[in-house]
Design a protein around this ligand. Structure first.
Ligand SMILES: [Zn+2]
Length: 237
């Protein structure tokens, strides 16, 4: 095997390794996406808060209505007494009339307040409806996304296994010493042991090779390394 052929073989192995790396990275990204979906979490929280607010609103409405009923009742009793003619003492009569006026004013204020609380409850009820619809949409989108992601995950895994098997077979055909040299260099060179020569430059570090370096890369009996980045030079033309 010529030096160029050896460099070509190692370059091909590196291409397979890069493909494997890409597949594994995509798998990892997919797993991270599946673990945390912020849109769904946000929709859940907002829906829960809206329900809590409605619950408090309904409680406030009930209390306002009870207070109003209580006032109505007191006023009714007082008016019955007032118009039954049972109060004869003018001082007592005056006091009862004063109290009636006072209760009527209170009743009117309470009616206003009750209406305001009811308005607020209507708004909260509408909010709960909107938020629970949004949650439902988010859940549907999630289910759909989840199903397609699981499918994509399965595709990635089977592709990875296929590439890995191909890699094992290809690596098995390479001389053990050479393979060891490639692996060692790969570890110390950020996963790229081989660099292709393109337009008289090392593709990895872009350093321009001298004519004698180019000549050696083409014809030398030994693998040539880039004088700058130390990677095996692969000259394909
Ligand atoms: Zn280089």
């Amino acid at each position: 095997m010529s030096t160029t052929q050896i460099a070509a073989t190692l370059y091909q192995l590196q291409q397979i390794d890069l493909e494997l790396e890409r597949l594994i990275l995509e798998q990892q990204t997919l797993i991270r996406t599946l673990q945390g979906d912020s849109t769904l979490a946000k929709a859940r929280t907002e829906s829960r808060i809206a329900q809590q607010q409605l619950h408090s609103g309904l409680q406030a409405q009930k209390e306002a209505e009870w207070a109003l009923e209580e006032l109505d009742h007191r006023l009714k009793l007082l008016e019955q007494r007032l118009y039954s003619g049972s109060i004869t003492n003018p001082k007592e009569l005056y006091a009862a009339q004063q109290e009636t006026q006072h209760l009527r004013a209170q009743q009117s204020r309470q009616e206003e307040m009750t209406l305001e609380v009811m308005d607020a409850t209507d708004t909260l009820r509408e909010m709960v409806k909107q938020k629970s619809e949004a949650l439902q949409r988010a859940e549907e989108a999630w289910t759909q996304f989840n199903a397609s992601s699981v499918q994509r995950g399965e595709q990635l895994e089977s592709k990875r296994q296929e590439v890995q098997a191909g890699r094992d077979q290809f690596a098995g055909s390479i001389d053990a010493e050479l393979l060891k040299r490639y692996e060692t260099l790969k570890r110390s060179k950020q996963g790229r042991a081989v660099s292709r020569v393109e337009q008289s430059s090392c593709q990895w570090c872009r350093v321009i090779l001298t004519p004698s370096e180019l000549q050696r890369a083409r014809v030398s009996q030994d693998l040539q390394l880039c004088g700058n980045c130390g990677r095996i030079l692969y000259f394909d033309r």
